[in-house]
Design a protein around this ligand. Structure first.
Ligand code: SF4
Length: 128
């Protein structure tokens, strides 16, 4: 059954549940947690290999990790160049705001190793 057919917490919140912004994903996950259909919803999304959205309190990244281990991270590495000035600036800004390296990687859809690499290079420039 499609989730729009019944009055579940996600009903009418298409934009929120298909957003890829971390803040929206966290809100969607929180809405899913008390849902009576959570287990069936999560199982169905994994079986269908649902390519988008939060289902059963699991984000797209979490679902793909559960299904294919590192699929999403590999896709991110293939499509995102962390050395671009914009991404490098975002990494530095989020680091200065106190965000963890893992949270930065999730926010920017890159690997934690990429975050660490950029921060090390930046530190090397300021240390030397
Ligand atoms: S678990 Fe979440 S996505 Fe699934 S039906 Fe419930 S509220 Fe909707």
């Amino acid at each position: 059954m499609h989730r729009e057919d019944r009055p579940f917490p996600c009903k009418g919140k298409h934009a929120l549940f298909f957003s890829e912004r971390s803040i929206d994903e966290r809100r969607a996950v929180a809405l899913c947690k008390p849902c009576p259909e959570r287990v069936a919803c999560l199982t169905g999304a994994r079986e269908r290999q649902e390519p988008y959205g939060t289902w059963g309190a699991e984000t797209k990244r979490q679902r793909f990790r559960a299904i294919n281990g590192r699929t999403i991270r590999k896709a991110a590495v293939d499509t995102v160049n962390p050395t671009t000035p914009a991404i490098k600036a975002d990494i530095v800004r989020l680091n200065e705001q106190g965000m963890s390296r893992l949270a930065i990687s999730q926010e920017l859809n890159i690997t934690k190793d990429q975050v660490i690499g950029v921060l090390r290079r930046m530190r090397g420039k300021t240390d030397g």
